[in-house]
Ligand binder design. Structure first.
Ligand SMILES: [Zn+2]
Ligand SMILES: [Zn+2]
Length: 541
């Protein structure tokens, strides 16, 4: 079991304890442990072996024994018993933004609401707004949330789909099945995934069917499910594997565009050969989803073409890594420069920096840079765009940063005109160089705010500003569908992991996937600039 799965289970336990009205200290211990363990991207077993669990603050006797049980049995009697005391689907209510255990308890105690359908019905009948603490606005927000959940049911964010994909591959590999290749939307690297597709060899079919219950869809396709997610296994003959890989990756539209069906031959050694025989250059899977891209050779970026790591939070605001750790890890990954961007003072919920803390941070950055190291830390900020489009620091402070990213973090519900003007005013501030997560959306959970994206791109182009492609898999914002338009207006794209710990540096890979999908080449990407070029083009003069 992955550590993150174990933490999900701890979170469920904390939820049920709160529902039961247990002691607050006991419940808080769970949240402390979850928070302190959330930055490790390792298995639970590894966390035990490295003694991380044993040495983490908040992990007392009872949490330790739960984690041990999970590690040994993949389940815990604590959760099973708690669950049995409540209606089966009540935990599903936590999917709704703003509904924590306290409010769910109220809903259950007052209206006996225990699942999404009952909650939806109560909203329709205006019952929620009569409960203290739930006004009319809360009720309509909850209703909108339920509708979104219904619409997105069964869809997975890309990073979660990747975790499940790895589990399936590992499971089959451990059974001696060596060739299990992700295909379909997993391989296209779509923003969200509703079906996990794999290409396997015909000869392995029997062995796969021992691990998965398979339902025949056609001679070459068998459906299954894993942890309630749709899985499809596609079968291929050994010598047709590359052909089948192109075919199953899709999309249908792409296959039509490349005239895939005109191929007379199915035996190819590589995908490149398939494309060559259609007299086309190889188009990487990510780009095949974009039907507006020309079928030509592109100079797409990869991990090694990125020289700068941009938009990194440190423990000065809401990140969990120190500047030293950030420098060390980015050095190990061969980055030339790192733009540190903590939150500005208005972002009190994220421990935003005031002028005094900024000065401390700058001093530490100077001191780290004075030591001999190949990676240079740059002084940046993710500065809040206030409601009128002004910025969270005055010009005197702004002029002292190497580079300013400006983002909206509040008042999401302005009208389209107001929000567009707010952002345009910020873009026109001479200190701002990059616009952070331009629409504020959270995939599968929060809609973008209302803005005129074309207008914002036009202004960014005119002002010589960059727009961020936030790589956090919840955001992937700017959406790839706007990238070609941005490039056509001369806007460079910044691939920004928005990392809150060094383990999140790898979010960059999702940004690269989306950049390629949007048709961004190395020349269109800010991070591909050398330190010197970055300083000239995007930093204070
Ligand atoms: Zn932000
Ligand atoms: Zn950020």
């Amino acid at each position: 079991m992955h550590l993150k799965e174990a933490l999900d289970i701890l979170e469920q336990i904390a939820f049920y304890l709160e529902l039961k009205g247990e002691n607050v200290f006991k419940i808080n211990a769970f949240y402390t442990a979850i928070r302190n363990l959330s930055n490790y991207d390792i298995s639970l077993n590894e966390a035990f072996e490295k003694e991380i669990i044993q040495n983490t603050k908040g992990v007392g006797k009872s949490i330790l024994s739960i984690l041990k049980e999970l590690n040994e049995k993949n389940e815990t009697h604590v959760l099973n018993e708690l669950k049995s005391e409540f209606p089966e689907e009540i935990y599903a209510l936590t999917q709704i933004r703003g509904l924590g255990a306290k409010k769910i308890k109220k809903l259950f105690d007052e209206l006996r609401i225990s699942n999404l359908d009952e909650l939806e019905q109560a909203c329709i009948e205006n019952k929620l707004m009569k409960i203290p603490g739930f006004g009319e606005k809360t009720q309509s927000n909850i209703f909108a949330n339920i509708e979104r959940i219904k619409k997105t049911k069964g869809k997975l964010l890309l990073h979660k789909a990747d975790l499940i994909k790895d589990e399936i591959i590992n499971q089959l590999n451990s059974k001696g099945i060596k060739i299990v290749v992700p295909t379909g939307s997993l391989r296209l690297r779509s923003k969200t995934i509703s079906q996990l597709d794999f290409l396997i060899l015909k000869e392995d079919f029997e062995r796969v069917s021992k691990s998965f219950e398979l339902k025949r869809l056609s001679d070459f396709e068998y459906g299954s499910s894993y942890k309630e997610h749709n899985v499809v296994f596609h079968l291929s003959d050994n010598n047709e594997f590359s052909y089948r890989l192109v075919e199953t990756t899709g999309t249908d539209d792409f296959l039509n565009r490349i005239k895939f069906k005109t191929l007379k031959e199915k035996k190819f050694k590589t995908e490149e050969e398939v494309f060559a025989s259609l007299t086309l250059p190889f188009i990487p899977p990510q780009a095949r989803e974009n039907s507006n891209l020309e079928l030509k050779q592109y100079d797409f970026p990869d991990k090694n073409s990125l020289r700068g790591l941009i938009h990194i939070h440190s423990h000065y605001s809401d990140g969990s890594s120190s500047l030293e750790e950030i420098k060390k890890e980015s050095g190990r990954l061969n980055y030339e420069y790192v733009l540190i961007c903590d939150h500005s003072k208005s972002a009190y919920y994220a421990n935003g920096l005031d002028e005094k803390k900024l000065k401390e941070q700058w001093k530490e950055i100077d001191s780290i840079n004075s030591t001999n190291s190949k990676t240079k830390l740059l002084k940046g900020i993710e500065c809040d765009i206030l409601v009128d489009g002004s910025l969270d620091f005055d010009d005197g402070i702004l002029s002292q940063f190497d580079c300013v990213i400006a983002s909206v973090h509040s008042r999401f519900s302005l009208s389209k005109g107001e929000m567009t003007n707010r952002i345009i005013r910020a873009l026109k501030n001479k200190h701002v160089k990059i616009l952070g997560h331009p629409t504020g959306r959270l995939l599968l959970s929060r809609d973008p705010y209302q803005i005129d994206m074309h207008e914002i791109i036009n202004v960014a182009g005119g002002e010589g500003k960059s727009i961020e492609l936030n790589c956090n898999p919840y955001r992937l914002d700017i959406d790839w569908e706007f990238i070609q338009y941005a490039i056509s207006k001369g806007v460079l794209i910044t691939i920004a992991p928005d990392a809150h710990s060094i383990t999140e540096f790898n979010y960059v890979k999702y940004g690269l996937d989306m950049a390629i999908k949007g048709g961004a080449e190395k020349k269109d990407i800010v991070n591909c600039l050398t330190l010197e070029e970055f300083l000239i083009k995007f930093c204070r003069k």
